[in-house]
Design a binder for this molecule. Structure first.
Ligand code: 3PG
Length: 213
């Protein structure tokens, strides 16, 4: 397989904000707020119809931000997020059609997995970095520790149930490259355009990343 997998992060931050944007106008100020807090990556999900335009706005107006597309679950969406300017794509799962679509448009892709068999299937496709989703329901840190033995060559981005309180413990695990979570961009702060709060949350998160203190 010669497709652009996500063998190692293409951005600096080990904390990936998972974002649902309902107003395109919120996207660029949010990107700048996160950058001001030291976070150079954002996963804008396709859960809202504004997602695609939000990705495009960030790609065009905040070049320092590594904007990725999240919740990419259908093959046709891969080309759409590519054309919008996403630098990578994530999915809660993996399908052959999605992998093929990522190959076709050479999009770095992080598939979602939840079981050892899914990890092995993704690894067969050439992926070395996978999203563990939903991380808490999949067994959280205990699951990651259990997989670090038999599947120790795979790195994960646990997402779903990661919090400011447990993120450092996740990041200390040998097979956790980064964590994802929605707590960095709370809906009330976004609605109020309280970008200073988002910058503060980003700084607080980075202060917890092992080795960055
Ligand atoms: C989600 O499902 O929205 C993401 O995985 C983020 O999960 P979280 O809200 O638990 O951080």
């Amino acid at each position: 397989m010669n497709h652009p997998t996500f063998q190692r992060p293409i951005f600096k931050s080990r904390v990936v904000p998972v974002i649902v944007i309902s107003e395109v106008s919120q996207a660029v100020p949010m990107a700048h707020a996160l950058l001001a807090g030291g976070i150079d990556v954002m996963e804008i999900t396709l859960r809202h119809r504004a997602g695609l335009a939000a990705i495009e706005a960030v790609a065009n107006n905040a070049p320092q931000m590594h904007v990725g597309a999240g919740t990419v679950t259908r093959a046709a969406e891969m080309q759409q997020v590519h054309d919008a300017g996403a630098r990578f794509a994530l999915s809660p799962g993996m399908s052959d059609a999605l992998v093929q679509a990522a190959m076709d448009c050479r999009m770095p892709f992080m598939p979602g997995v939840m079981t050892p068999s899914e990890v092995m299937r993704a690894r067969d496709h050439g992926f070395g970095l996978m999203k563990l989703f939903p991380a808490a329901q999949a067994g959280g840190m205990a699951m990651l520790k259990a997989m670090s033995g038999p599947l120790g060559d795979v790195q994960f981005c646990p997402t779903g149930g990661v919090t400011p309180e447990n993120m450092a413990a996740f990041l200390k695990l040998s097979n956790v490259a980064m964590v994802g979570g929605s707590w960095l961009t709370p809906a009330d702060a976004v609605a109020a355009q309280d970008w200073a709060r988002i910058t503060a949350l980003a700084k607080e998160a980075l202060a917890q990343v092992p080795g960055l203190q």
